[in-house]
Design a binder for this molecule. Structure first.
Ligand SMILES: Cc1cc2nc3c(=O)[nH]c(=O)nc-3n(C[C@H](O)[C@H](O)[C@H](O)COP(=O)(O)OP(=O)(O)OC[C@H]3O[C@@H](n4cnc5c(N)ncnc54)[C@H](O)[C@@H]3O)c2cc1C
Length: 486
C-alpha cells in the first residue's frame, strides 16, 4: 500500500487526507495543535463559545459545485445544517439601523447617484451569478466518480470574466464610493476588507446574492471535527501535538522529522502555511524562483480577534452588525471607526441561558506591533487595553454589554503564529488592486507537494478545500492510483 504524510490538519490538509485515504493511500496527518481545523476553529471559555473562524461558508448551497467537496469530505453532514442568514449585515449607527438583505433590499436609496450605483452593483452581481470555482478532474487521472465542468458552465461564466479587469483595478472601498449615502458605503465595507480588490467584494457579495454562503451549526470546530472523523473512519491516522520539525530527502524518499522520530512515506504534503514553510520546514530555506517571489511579493491578511461573553440577552440586536462607533477605537496603533460585530445569541449552546456572545475582527497589519510588545514585555497590558477600549466603545452602541461582561478573549497575529505557524500570524493572502498573488506549486519535487490557501487564489475556505482536492488528485495521478472521491 502506498503511504502519505500530511503536515497540518487545517481544512486543506484534512481535505487532501480524506481523498487520499479513500483512494487507498495510507495517510498519516501530523498536526502541531491539539485539535483539527487550523485557523478555522472555535473554542470555549467559561461556558461561552468563541467562533474564531467561519463567518460564511461558500459552497453551503447544494447547487454550488464546491458543495460536493464539503459533502465528500464530511465537512457538512446532517449534524451541522447550514443557516443562511438574511439580512446579511445590518448597519448600526446613531441614526438607527439599516439592513442589507441578500437581494440588496433594505438599502436606503435616495437620489439619482445612489440609484445608478445600485444599478451598477446589481449589474456586476448578475455578471457573477453563474461564477463558481469549477470542481473537475485532472486530465489523465483515473477517477472512480468523475466530475466535469461542462463547456456550457464555462460559457455562463464569461460575463464575470469580461468585467473582472475593471473590478480588479479598484479597491472595494473605491467601488462602494460610487454610493453617495455614507451609511450605504459604511454597510458595504462589512462584506470584505475595504482595501482588497473589488473583484473579491463582488464575488463574495455574489455568493450571498445567489443564496449561498451560510453558517453551519456548531461552526468551525464542529465542521473540522466532522472532517477529521470522516478521515479516521476511512482508516487514516492523525497525530495531534506532533509538529513536523524538518522535511528532508533521505536517499530518494522524503522524510519528516518530529521531536521523537523520523517518518518516511511515498509522498509528503505540506499543508502548513507555505510562506512559513519555505523558511522554516526545510534544512535550508528554499531558494527556488517561486519561493523568492513569495518572500518578496506576498502580503498577508492579519486580524485581531475579540470575543466577549455577555450576561445579557442580546436577541433584540441583529446577527451581523456593521457598527459605526461614535468615537474612533484605537487598537495596536490603528484606528477603527466602523467595526463588524457578530452576535451569536441565536446559536444553540454558544452561551448559558439568557446570555450571549459577540465577536469582532479588527483587520490590519499589526504583527510587528504585537511582536515588539512581546519583546518589551507590554503584550498582556496592551491586549487588556484593546479589550477594555473595545468594550467601552461597543457599550455606547449596545448598552446591555456595559456591566454584563462575563468573559473575554483576544487573539493577535502572534496567537495565530503560535498555534498555527502562519506567516505573520495571517489567515489569508491579501489581494489589493493591481497586485499579483504568489503561489507555491502543488508538486514541488517528486514525492513532495504543497497544498493549502497559499497554493491557490486568495479566499479562505474554498481555496483551502479546492487545493486539498487538487493536491490529492495530483498525488493519485503521480502514483498511478485511482482517485476515489465519494
Ligand atoms: C478569524 C477568521 C475568520 C475567517 N473567516 C472566514 C470565513 O468566514 N470564510 C472563509 O472562507 N474563510 C475564513 N477564514 C479563512 C480560512 O479559515 C482560512 O483561509 C483557511 O482555513 C486556511 O486553511 P489552510 O488549511 O490552508 O491553512 P491552516 O488553517 O493554516 O492549516 C495549516 C495547519 O498546519 C498546522 N501546522 C503548521 N505548521 C505545522 C508543523 N510544523 N507541523 C504540524 N502541523 C503544522 C497548523 O497548526 C494548521 O492546523 C477566516 C480565518 C480567520 C482566522
Amino acid at each position: 500500500m502506498r503511504t502519505a504524510i500530511i503536515i497540518g490538519a487545517g481544512i486543506s490538509g484534512l481535505t487532501a487526507a480524506v481523498y487520499l485515504q479513500r483512494s487507498g493511500i495510507q495517510t498519516l496527518v501530523l498536526e502541531k495543535a491539539a485539535g483539527p481545523g487550523g485557523v478555522s476553529t472555535s473554542w470555549k471559555r467559561k461556558g461561552y463559545t468563541f467562533e474564531g473562524g467561519i463567518h460564511w461558508l461558500i459552497g453551503a448551497k447544494k447547487e454550488i459545485p464546491l458543495h460536493q467537496v464539503w459533502l465528500e469530505t464530511g465537512a457538512l453532514q446532517e449534524n451541522n445544517p447550514v443557516h443562511f442568514k438574511d439580512p446579511i449585515y445590518t448597519l448600526v449607527d446613531e441614526k438607527g439601523t439599516m439592513p442589507m438583505f441578500r437581494d440588496l433590499h433594505g438599502l436606503e436609496i435616495t437620489g439619482f447617484r445612489d440609484r445608478l450605483a445600485l444599478w451598477r452593483l446589481r449589474f456586476h452581481l448578475a455578471c457573477f451569478k453563474h461564477f463558481h470555482q469549477p470542481i473537475g478532474d485532472l486530465r489523465g487521472l483515473k477517477v472512480r466518480y468523475p466530475k466535469s465542468f461542462s463547456v456550457w458552465e464555462y460559457v455562463k461564466m464569461l460575463s464575470a470574466v469580461l468585467v473582472t479587469p475593471f473590478l480588479m483595478a479598484q479597491s472595494a472601498r473605491a467601488y462602494a464610493g460610487w454610493f453617495k449615502n455614507p451609511r450605504i458605503r459604511a454597510l458595504l465595507a462589512a462584506v470584505v476588507e475595504p482595501d482588497i480588490n473589488a473583484l473579491s467584494f463582488i464575488y463574495t457579495l455574489g455568493t450571498f446574492n445567489v443564496g449561498d454562503s451560510g453558517y453551519p451549526k456548531g461552526g468551525s470546530l464542529h465542521m473540522a471535527q466532522n472532517m477529521a472523523s470522516t478521515f479516521l473512519n476511512c482508516g487514516g491516522i492523525i497525530r495531534y501535538q506532533t509538529p513536523a520539525e524538518k522535511i528532508f530527502l533521505e536517499g530518494k524518499q522524503w522524510s519528516v522529522r518530529t521531536k521523537n522520530e523520523v517518518l518516511t512515506a511515498d509522498v509528503v504534503i505540506v499543508s502548513a502555511d507555505a510562506r512559513s514553510a519555505i523558511d522554516t520546514l526545510f534544512e535550508e530555506p528554499l531558494q527556488d524562483g517561486w519561493a523568492k517571489k513569495m518572500r518578496s511579493g506576498l502580503r498577508t491578511t492579519q486580524c485581531m480577534f475579540l470575543g466577549v461573553g455577555v450576561r445579557a440577552d442580546l436577541s433584540s440586536w441583529p446577527r451581523s452588525m456593521q457598527i459605526v462607533l461614535p468615537r474612533q477605537l484605537k487598537a495596536a496603533g490603528r484606528t477603527y471607526k466602523t467595526i463588524v460585530v457578530n452576535n451569536y445569541v441565536t446559536e444553540e449552546g454558544y452561551a448559558p441561558e439568557g446570555c450571549s456572545v459577540i465577536t469582532c475582527l479588527l483587520h490590519g497589519p499589526t504583527y510587528a506591533y504585537w511582536k515588539s510588545a512581546k519583546e518589551d514585555g507590554s503584550y498582556a497590558a496592551k491586549k487588556n487595553k484593546v479589550m477594555a477600549d473595545f468594550i467601552e466603545a461597543i457599550s455606547e452602541m449596545i448598552p446591555e454589554i456595559k456591566n454584563a461582561v462575563a468573559v473575554t478573549d483576544m487573539a493577535t497575529p502572534l496567537t495565530y503564529e503560535r498555534y498555527c505557524s502562519t506567516f505573520e500570524g495571517s489567515y489569508m493572502t491579501d489581494w489589493p488592486p493591481f497586485r499579483r498573488l504568489y503561489h507555491a506549486p502543488v508538486r514541488y519535487r517528486e514525492g513532495l507537494y504543497f497544498t493549502g490557501q497559499r497554493t491557490a487564489y486568495s479566499g479562505g475556505l474554498p481555496p483551502a478545500a479546492q487545493s486539498g482536492r487538487t493536491t490529492a488528485q495530483t498525488v493519485c495521478k503521480d502514483l498511478g492510483e485511482e482517485f476515489v472521491g465519494a
